[in-house]
Design a protein around this ligand. Sequence first.
Ligand code: BES
Ligand code: ZN
Length: 648
Amino acid sequence: MRLIIKIAFSLLILYSCDPAPKVIVSNTEKLADSTFDDHSYSNLKEIRTTHLDLELDVSFQNKTIYGVARHTMLNTGVDTAIFDTKGLKIQKITIGEKNNERETDFVIGNMDKDSVLGQPLLVSIDKKTTKINIYYQTTENSEALGWLDSNLTSSKTKPFLFTQGQAILTRTWIPLQDSPSNRITYTSTVKVPQDLMAVMSARNVKTPNNNGIYKFEMTKAIPSYLISLAVGELDYHAFSKNSGVYCEPELMKACEKEFDDIPKMIAAAERLYGKYQWEQYDILVLPYSFPFGGMENPMLTFVNPTVITGDKSLVSVVAHELAHSWSGNLVTNRTWNDFWLNEGFTVYFEERIMEEIYGKEVSDILASIEFYDLQNELRIINKSRFPEDSRLFLELNKRNPDDGMTAIAYVKGAFFLKTLEQKVGRIKFDQFINAYFKKFQFQTINSSTFISFLENKLLTPNKIKFNHKEWIYKEGLPKNCIEIRSNRLDRMKDLALNYSKGIDVFLPKVKYRYVKIKGKRKKRKFIEKINRNDFIVQEWQTFIHALPKQFSKKKLKQLDKYFSFKTCGNSEIMTDWFVLGIRNNYTELNPEIEKFLSKVGRRKYILPIYEALKINESTSEFAKKIFKKNSGNYHAVSRNSITELLAN
Ligand code: BES
Ligand code: ZN
């Protein structure tokens, strides 16, 4: 590697006095092999950032952030520091304390073949250098950034900006060593238009400033993918001393109601796995184009507004992101191959929180729905080019780490822990998980560290034999995986089965009941009818999943007449319903589908809808038309997935 850097530098053009820097691009493909994190170019073992100070100027007019990233480094005595960048313009790099800086040389390497990792940035330094300042600006290729024109917000009057760092997008808005194996603290000063407010994954103010300048501090060391920023018109409502919600003013009333169990969730999580370590737990409800349901940015979880349903039926997303405050943010996956350590633990933990607050029946219902997703995913992965992706520990080198974002990490991971819990008993298991969080807090760990800890602290001392290595390193689902049953969901399956056999189980029935009026018994007629609100979302999802894949349009229409799934406002139900409808040529849904795809940008919903539309020629044209109209409104994460889908 040294040789490559030397060659690169020998090609370097000095431009300290050149106002329009010429950047030399060198062949640095091999650089990726030299680090243990396949998804970062940085030479972390030689030199690493310990603190980052950001100076950011956010221009909505140019859809550009102008920044300085001031890195404080721990240098083992090397003369080159390597950072990750993608879609950034680097203006100049200096070394030394602020205002006592001197410019230094740098080289930007080639983009990797598949444009996943971006470009390494090699900076020439001294063996004693500890301060590196990178002056840069973002571009339209800065994929982390979601710039929303005002028509895409609730207010329709103010624009919005949010960032999405996970997995390797932080490098598209900040030049840094973008590997989850390194933890850093950060501070920042952010300048935004005066009528907007800035918030970050850090300590935040609760009311807007009048000068548009915001200062932030994250005093606990976090991995780079958790650095995040949002700018928009925001209000704040506190649920308790240390929790609350930021959102656009129009959404506040709904948010106050939907999320008021957050203090209970925090208390439940603390009872389970120890003190909440991040001072404050706020959530930020973003506009609809946020590509995920939730993102666990520390101190400030980002949430998609589709979670607001009016009946708290999707608040498990918040329980999930809160759980990441332990699994993920305290104990972090060292590489993206260990992603299951973040998500599997978090799904397990999420369901424990849900069980504490809403009872075992509810958490079992959630687990059953997830298990259904897992079975589908296993079928898809088995038939794919990468059947090895059904292992918990992944080998994603040369691939996009987002390929690991499947039900394997989430659900197989959680069922591994549930199965283990059942084997050792909840008391011992909870002690073990508590010890795990304590031992590895503010560290990054990989799967083998976990295995040693599991063997030494739980299995060996209790003389328990368990097939944990099969779970982690082998494909598919081990035979001892526990089974979760839910009577309520079984009932929905029965309803679906009978309905599909032609029995109209939902036909309103005329019934009679005796009531006492003025002491006299009287017979009264009433209509017995099943309403949509008689069942929770997950029950309806189970019902829809249990309908035959080939189903008559007439029956679909009748179900819509009873329950208006197509306009019910709950995106989980609507997505499943649209997919079933598309498969069965139920074209009356098209206007609703178009409306949905024009409003919502959450990948989990829009991808399966586009996928279903793509199958037939006629609907595929419809999909392309809608995508063309809306692709500019989606975040790059969703847009890229759909571009890829429609291209193949
Ligand atoms: N950290 C993830 C989101 C993520 C993972 C973003 C990988 C980018 C790469 C977050 O915690 C998450 O899992 N969100 C889920 C919600 C959840 C309830 C399963 C989502 O957005 O669907
Ligand atoms: Zn998660």
